[in-house]
Design a protein around this ligand. Structure first.
Ligand code: NAD
Length: 509
């Protein structure tokens, strides 16, 4: 493959601000091989040593915060406050993981059952070389936490950041290199999907993708070839359900926030709203008011007056326009917002929408909020579940236990009640998907443990004549064995009593 170049373009201004050479396929393979060589050294370090090194990286992240928000601001067009949110979530997660890892990764003694004379233990071993592939919408916080979790668990890592936000990828590499004790155990490869494909084909021991469902399916095919274990954090079409007793002001305020934060380029952003009939008109009015409060624009200042930046990826602009056109052609009404200039949109609120429209079925990943009137909450639940995706959902009601009962009927991996999208910012809550939103988890104990494989061992003296397991195998002890099984595991007094009889039946011996 010839070497190609990734050009850095600020989506807010359209101006270029740098470039980096894409990694060649042979160098991707070399990166995986290097990390395979480095794996025994990193995994042999004690957890305490790995935590110490990762805390140095945490210090670098904090020291370099202004540089990080500067690059995110140029690379994505997002405000520096929004960049800081990415960094904050990353540092919070790393700190909490470092605190919890010693107890989570500790070997666990388990019951030996019939083999009670042995000691049985589960240890948690790293997979080996982990490939982390990340997207462009949160290029820091979707690349670093899985990378750091994998390292903490003892894996070495090859990271492939998104080609759309190549400057952040380059920055991440620079930050890693500022910790000399960490640098030998991570490689960053740069480039587009062809580089990602080369990485998954280079036979890493585990693959962690955050990206679209389409890419997830391709990676799963490659993984199937080598039976490589994978985790897929994919797209979503999250529903928001506004029930009869919802606080409508709060629902409209935070529902629009959940739809338009990061210009709707959030995997679990609010992509469809179902409001019960009696509250529909008022909710729509409030949602339009709140949508109009968003100010769209771009500044490099630390404090931005703008609550929404541009779309980061030009390909995404086309998808958003297609969804809008399709909805309008099928009878939807746009109440506010629309395309302004360049890669900017003002927040859009649509009504008269239905499930024949792309914007109610496919992931839009943009600042579009379609609101649909439903007869009652049963219809809201049915429509929420009428989706190929199952990432998250939100339910709004002033009765939390009722909201939870409704939430439990939605087929999604995470639910939030009386808020939107905030569940991602809670590092101890595992986050992921069901259906075409993928499988595997990021965050929480499950998010760390998936970078390990359970390794089990049992230890003891060689079997003795009177060990139960030995007796079971001895010829002539069949009835004695059935007696033991019945006494130990009989599910009624009668069953146990009968089994006891067998134990004392002289014909057993
Ligand atoms: P994408 O699937 O296009 O790319 C993700 C990464 O995979 C990139 O690094 C890309 O270069 C790489 N890639 C692309 N094709 C590949 C291939 N054939 N083999 C290997 N790697 C390949 O996604 P995107 O457009 O960067 O990101 C947006 C998508 O990510 C949306 O669908 C969004 O919902 C999803 N997302 C999911 C989560 C989550 O936690 N579930 C979080 C953020 C974004």
């Amino acid at each position: 493959m010839k070497t190609e170049t990734l050009f850095f373009i600020n989506p807010a201004t359209g101006s270029g601000f740098g470039e980096i050479k894409m990694t060649r396929v042979e160098d991707v393979e070399k990166a995986v091989n290097d990390m395979r060589q480095a794996f025994p050294i990193w995994s042999a370090k004690t957890l305490k040593e790995r935590i110490k090194i990762l805390r140095k990286f945490q210090a670098v992240l904090i020291n370099q915060q202004d540089e990080i928000t500067r690059v995110l601001n140029q690379d994505c067009g997002k405000s520096r406050q929004d960049g800081l949110i990415e960094l904050f979530i990353t540092v919070d997660m790393l700190a909490q993981y470092c605190a919890k890892a010693p107890s989570w990764l500790k070997p666990k003694r388990v019951s030996s059952g019939l083999y009670f004379f042995k000691k049985s233990v589960v240890e948690y071993k790293p997979h080996g070389v982990t490939a982390v592939l990340s997207p462009w919408n949160y290029p820091l916080t979707l690349a670093l936490p899985p990378m750091l979790a994998a390292l903490l668990a003892g894996n070495t890592v090859v990271l492939k950041p998104s080609e759309v936000t190549g400057a952040t990828g380059m920055l991440i590499e620079k930050l890693i290199n500022q910790v000399p004790e960490l640098a030998p155990f991570v490689r960053v490869v740069h480039g587009d999907g062809t580089v990602g494909a080369a990485l998954t084909q280079a036979r890493p021991d585990f693959i962690f993708l955050t990206g679209s469902s389409a890419t997830g399916k391709k990676i799963m095919q490659t993984a199937a070839e080598f039976l490589t274990p994978i985790a897929l954090e994919l797209g979503g079409k999250d529903a928001m359900l506004v029930l009869e007793d919802a606080d409508l002001q709060a629902a409209a305020r935070w529902g629009t926030w959940g739809a338009f934060f990061n210009a709707g380029q959030t995997c679990m952003s609010v992509e469809r709203v179902y409001v019960v009939e009696s509250k529909y008109d008022e909710f729509v009015k409030l949602a339009v008011t709140y949508a109009k409060n968003f100010k769209t624009g771009y500044t490099t200042d630390f404090n931005s007056p703008f609550s929404m930046g541009p779309i980061t990826d030009p390909r995404q602009v086309k998808i958003i326009e297609r969804h809008l056109e399709d909805a309008l052609a099928k009878g939807a009404s746009l109440l506010t917002g629309g395309k302004t200039e360049g890669m900017f949109f003002d927040p859009m609120v649509l009504i008269n929408v239905n499930h024949t429209m792309l914007l109610m079925r496919d992931e839009t990943f943009g600042p579009l909020l379609p609101i649909m009137k439903v007869k009652d909450e049963a219809e809201a639940i049915r429509l929420a579940n009428d989706s190929a995706y199952g990432l998250g959902a939100s339910v709004w009601s002033q009765n939390p236990s009722h909201a939870k009962a409704v939430a439990d009927q939605i087929h999604a991996a995470s639910i939030i009640i009386n808020d939107c999208i905030a569940q991602f910012g809670i590092p101890m809550l595992p986050f992921g998907g069901v259906k075409e939103s993928g499988f595997g988890r990021t965050h929480g104990q499950e998010g760390l443990m998936q970078f390990t494989r359970p390794y089990s061992y049992a230890v003891g003296n060689p079997p003795l004549k009177w060990d139960i397991a030995t007796i079971l195998r001895e010829n002539g002890y069949y009835h004695l064995a059935t007696g033991i099984m019945g006494v130990l595991y009989g599910t009624s007094i009668k069953q146990r009593w009968n089994a006891l009889g067998k134990l004392f039946n002289k014909n057993n011996h």
